[in-house]
Design a protein around this ligand. Structure first.
Ligand code: WT7
Length: 652
């Protein structure tokens, strides 16, 4: 089937007429953004308030060895003031955050912009009292509770750089991030309720902090009231301090290029790297994409189901929506608790207008049947969005028909932790959507498709290759924390002159883009990025494991599952207990999201004579596609492959 022959879904007349951007406007604005980026982004810079207005706009060099990315560099601003203070006069009593707790039995909170201001200032003052000042790092390890947003904004207010660690990460992963960023404070909570179960966050933090400098302080928010141990001098009770803290706090004046946050993400090699985003350009880009992609209008209720531990939560729960004075919903729970109608009940209860989630959640819910949806009133929905991985046509159709009632456009937003905001997506009032296609570049984005080996730019349509971006945009990451060389090597070395995304893509006959998945050793598990190298290094750290190789394989719900080939130390028996032990081991080393789905015992791994593991072959075996193994003649011992194929049924 050719992509262009597939059914397309043009915007309704009403959507096209009322949207911020219709087809004509998209074409004109896109052309302007490419022909005159400085002029275009100068104008967009006015979306936010500047303490000192910028005169410079774009100052960028993609040359390897000299990569430097600056936007609005001489401007000064404060992100928290933009997300809160500037709204106080006009919408102080409007709800900024609707908080929906894990259990529907508990009460939702409606936090106004005034309240958000007071709470953020209290948190900011507490952090200052703990010795945090401009440029210092703060780790946030919290459940999806309002305090997570207060903590982010409090850091932004005092110029501290936050680094959020997803509450599903293990103590080891937390410690690595505390140490990697040399954080002064860890903000955590007693426990994180999710799906009716409590994760002992403070206990995890206690374990992590054993491996950190003893000057690191711990600020503990009360969520459940669960028992925690207390280290005097190190641990501080947030709720007690907040009761007495002042509720005003002067925002720090920040340069546009001062870091706003670090977010650790997996790559194809080594340990996760700290992606650095800065202040001015990031906020302009998050605000603009939030408004335009979701066609957000004043008074709308907007819900992004991500966790603030991922970039989606940064840009599209907190910074983008709040910069726009929106009402943003923050959900503590999971889609299937107490049952599979939870998402749709929350939509009904809070009259959600824009709903943004991941394909993996849709696939899981779709499998539960439509009765969970049909009992809910979803008439408030105007727009749906997806992110994290390509969406398969079945899930797209279900989303469109069953959730959207056939009347809501679906924005399939392709972007990355590194990009700060959407780089490609259909715009709801402008483009005829094709299920599974990320469609069009956002303003200012110049996608190019390169031939993978020659790096030649493929012109015309249709073409397929690796996806690079030819020029910068304001939301682009600026560096890897503490390792600018790694930044250049990862993103600018393979295809000189371009930002390399790590994804493959095709451009169809109409010029629309389809993401085909990662071309590096990164796998996408339930929309979350996992480095195969990370899982492997966790496995080989186990005393009974000699070698391990990890690849992705197609998984019905998760998109990709984690498939591990494990070679045991001599004399070790491949037992079911050991399999279980290895799973637990990886969960403890990294976190539950890295848990192997399948482990296959491998007496040997397919290696070239120079010792490089040929993952291409392992991928094929994992996919049960061994008719097409390709050239195996360079293998040191080709018989290894036959053994792996023969014994693949011992995986589980
Ligand atoms: C990788 C980035 C950006 C927020 C979520 C994930 C894949 C993301 C899509 C999409 C196809 C997608 C890519 C990308 N991806 N969105 N709409 N269609 N693939 O952030 O953890 O930084 O992962 O997710 O492979 O490179 P992330």
């Amino acid at each position: 089937m050719s992509d262009t022959a597939a059914k397309t879904y043009p915007p309704s007349d009403a959507m096209a007429a009322n949207a911020h951007v219709d087809a004509t406007k998209y074409d004109a604005m896109y052309a302007a953004s490419i022909s005159d980026p400085d002029g275009f982004w100068r104008e967009q810079g006015a979306r936010i308030d500047w303490i000192k207005p910028f005169t410079q706009v774009k100052d960028v060099d993609f040359t390897l060895g000299n990569v430097s990315i600056n936007w609005y560099a001489d401007g000064q601003l404060n992100v928290a003031a933009n997300c809160i203070d500037r709204h106080l006069e006009t919408r102080g009593d409007q709800t900024a955050i609707i908080w929906e707790p894990d259990s529907p039995e508990d009460e939702a909170l409606h936090i106004t912009y005034k309240e958000l201001h007071a709470q953020t200032c209290k948190m900011a003052n507490i952090l200052r009292d703990l010795g945090v000042s401009k440029g210092d790092r703060v780790i946030i390890y919290l459940p999806m509770i309002p305090e997570a947003a207060y903590a982010m904004l409090a850091c932004a207010r005092i110029g501290a750089i936050h680094s959020i660690v997803f509450a599903g990460f293990s103590p080891d992963a937390l410690a690595a991030r505390v140490n990697g960023s040399e954080a002064k404070v860890v903000i955590t909570a007693d426990e994180a309720p999710r799906g009716g179960r409590n994760t002992p966050l403070k206990t995890n933090a206690d374990q992590a902090l054993l491996h950190c400098k003893d000057t690191v302080k711990c600020l503990v928010v009360k969520r459940t009231g669960g028992q925690t141990t207390w280290v005097d001098g190190r641990d501080h009770d947030y709720n007690a301090l907040a009761a007495d803290a002042a509720d005003t706090c002067t925002p720090e004046v920040m340069d546009a290029e001062d870091p706003l946050f670090i977010l650790y993400t997996s790559g194809s090699t080594g340990q996760p790297k700290g992606v650095v985003h800065t202040t001015g350009g990031y906020l302009v880009y998050a605000a603009m994409t939030h408004e335009v992609t979701f066609d957000y209008h004043d008074g709308d209720i907007y819900w992004c189901t991500a966790d603030v531990g991922w970039v989606t939560g940064h840009s599209y729960i907190v910074y983008g929506p709040l910069a726009n004075g929106a009402t943003t919903l923050m959900f503590e729970g999971v889609p299937t608790y107490p049952d599979a109608s939870r998402f749709w009940q929350v939509c009904e209860k809070h009259k959600v207008n824009q709903f943004y989630t991941a394909p993996t959640a849709l696939r899981a819910l779709m499998g539960q049947g439509n009765s969970f949806v049909e009992k809910c009133d979803l008439s408030s929905l105007k727009l749906l969005g997806t992110v994290g991985e390509p969406i398969n046509p079945e899930a797209w159709n279900w989303y469109n028909e069953i959730i959207g009632g056939g009347r809501c456009p679906i924005v399939d937003t392709w972007w990355q932790t590194e990009t700060g905001g959407h780089l490609m997506t259909p715009l709801p009032g402008a483009h005829a959507m094709k299920p599974g296609s990320a469609m069009k570049p956002f303003f200012g984005i110049k996608p190019v498709i390169l031939e993978p080996t020659t790096a030649e730019e493929l012109q015309g349509n249709p073409v397929e290759g690796v996806l690079c971006i030819a020029d910068s945009w304001p939301g682009q990451m600026r560096s890897v924390w503490g390792d600018h060389e790694r930044f250049e090597k990862t993103y600018f070395a393979d295809y000189p002159g371009y930002y390399f995304t790590g994804d493959g893509a095709k451009r169809d006959a109409d010029g629309d883009y389809w993401i085909t998945g990662r071309v590096d050793d990164v796998i996408n598990v339930s929309g979350h990025r996992m480095g195969t190298a990370e899982v492997e290094s966790a496995l080989v750290a186990h005393p009974k494991v000699a070698e391990a190789a990890t690849v992705g394989y197609p998984h019905d719900i998760k998109g990709q599952g984690i498939y591990c080939y494990v070679t045991l130390m001599g004399g070790q028996e491949p037992t079911e207990e050991l399999r279980k032990e290895l799973r637990t081991w990886v969960r403890t080393e990294i976190g539950p999201i890295a848990s192997p789905d399948l482990i296959q015992w491998a007496p040997g791994l397919p290696k070239t004579r120079s010792g490089k593991i040929m993952r291409r072959i392992l991928r094929k075996i994992a996919e049960d596609d061994f008719g097409a193994l390709g050239d195996t003649s360079t293998l040191a011992d080709p018989s290894v492959v036959d053994d792996l194929i023969e014994n693949r049924m011992n995986r589980s």
